[in-house]
Design a protein around this ligand. Structure first.
Ligand code: ATP
Length: 260
């Protein structure tokens, strides 16, 4: 296990928000985190990359408490794409992605061909090479999201943490970004709202509800109609499509078609 939490708790405003969560992701695998709004997904991700300190319990990286890992060492290992990351509006796309190289460069070291190669490769991977010199603030929401993913890729992390990376993305880019994440072969923890995408792209899924880990396992073990009903209050049926993928169909109480 590369990244793991052991009975982790964290609270704010007098409330326990992450409540005794123990989970682990295997090297090179994708662990999806699902759960209703406010169930603690972002809070848990922030604990995992030490943006917040656990109140109790331990987060480990290769078995070592991350509280004891140096800031630079942690930044070389682990990249985080936040849900609504903002960036200095004066920066260009390329400037933002270059920030991902910071942990790899010695203080005052000059920019190397290797740095440039990593930045270009990251921009290629998210399909934004043509926007290299565009100002970040002039990008659409989905393009900004892809630039932040490129910044994380330029960091060349071994562990990648993504908080709802498909927010703002059209369906083609949702599929391509999650496909890319899978192909990277890095250890990945990703919070997702779309249960079908979680089922398609995650090796394992953890389900958070009111800060507690309610279930964890293979998508077909976890994403059952009973669990979805319990956690999200929604009725579904699950069918296996011609391509062998499982599809979650939401049962809604109105008929499709034109309104009377
Ligand atoms: N610093 C804080 N102070 C007070 N409450 C907080 C703080 N951070 C998070 N919370 C609360 O903790 C709960 C969990 O928030 P979190 O953002 O982790 O949920 P989430 O599962 O990521 O939600 P969503 O799906 O809506 O993004 C929410 O009710 C939120 O208001």
């Amino acid at each position: 296990m590369t990244l793991a939490t052991h009975d982790v708790r964290w609270g704010a405003g007098g409330r326990l928000i992450v409540d005794g969560v123990s989970l682990a992701v295997e090297p090179g695998r994708v662990l999806g985190l699902i759960g209703p709004n406010g169930s603690g997904k972002s809070s848990l991700l922030r604990l995992l990359c030490r943006l917040r300190r656990v109140a109790s319990g331990v987060v480990t990286l290769d078995g070592q408490d991350i509280a004891g890992v140096g800031r630079r060492d942690l930044a070389r290992r682990l990249a985080f794409v936040e849900q609504q990351a903002s960036t200095d509006i004066q920066l260009t796309v390329c400037d933002v992605v270059r920030l991902g190289r910071t942990p790899h460069r010695a203080a005052f070291a000059s920019w190397t061909a290797e740095d440039e190669k990593a930045v270009d490769a990251a921009l290629q991977r998210v399909g934004l090479m043509g926007r290299h010199d565009q100002h970040w603030h002039t990008l659409s929401g989905g393009e900004r999201q892809r630039v932040h993913i490129a910044r994380a890729l330029a960091q060349e992390p071994r562990e990648l943490i993504l908080d709802e990376p498909t927010n703002h993305l059209d369906i083609q880019h949702q599929l391509s970004i999650l496909g890319l994440v899978r192909r990277l072969g890095v250890t990945c923890i990703v919070a997702l709202h779309d249960l079908n995408l979680a089922s398609l792209f995650c090796d394992r899924i953890g389900v958070l509800s009111a800060g507690r880990l309610l279930a964890a396992g293979l998508p077909e073990e976890v994403l059952t109609p009973a669990l979805i009903r319990e956690v999200f209050g929604v009725d579904v049926t699950i069918r296996v499509g011609a391509n062998g993928h499982r599809h979650i169909d939401y049962l809604v109480d109105h008929e499709p078609g034109p309104r009377p």
